[in-house]
Design a protein. Sequence first.
Length: 145
Amino acid sequence: MNPIIRNILAVIAGIVVGSIVNMGLIQVSGSIIPPPEGADITTTEGLKATMHLFEPKHFIFPFLAHALGTFAGAFVAAIVAANHKLKFALGIGVFFLAGGIASVFMLPSPTWYTIVDLTLSYLPMAYLASKLATRNRSATTVNLD
C-alpha cells in the first residue's frame, strides 16, 4: 500500500480508536463511581453547576479515559503508520491534548486535576504507546497490502 495512504489511515484509525476508548470509559464511569448526589452529569451546564460537589474519586475515570484513549489511539497509529511511527503517535497525542485543553475551558475543574490531566494523560501516553508498538517491530508490523 502507498505509504501516504497508509499514514493517513493511521491518523484516522488512531483518532477513531482513541475516541471510542475515551467515550466508552466516560460512559461506564458513572456506574462504577456514582456521581455526587444531586449532580446532573448529562449536560455541560449541569456539570458546570455541580462541579463543586465532585470529590477526587470522581476524577479517576475522566483521567483514565483521557490517558487510555490517547494511549490506544497512539498505539494504533504507530502500528499502522508506514514510517515515522513516533511522530504519528505523538500527533495523536497532540490531537487529544487539544481536546483536553478545550475541555479545561469548557468545564471548570480543580487546578490539581487540570495539571495532572494535561501533563500525564496525553503526550506521555502517546510516547509510551509508540515505544510499546515499535518495541518488537516484527510482532507489530501490520501488512495492509
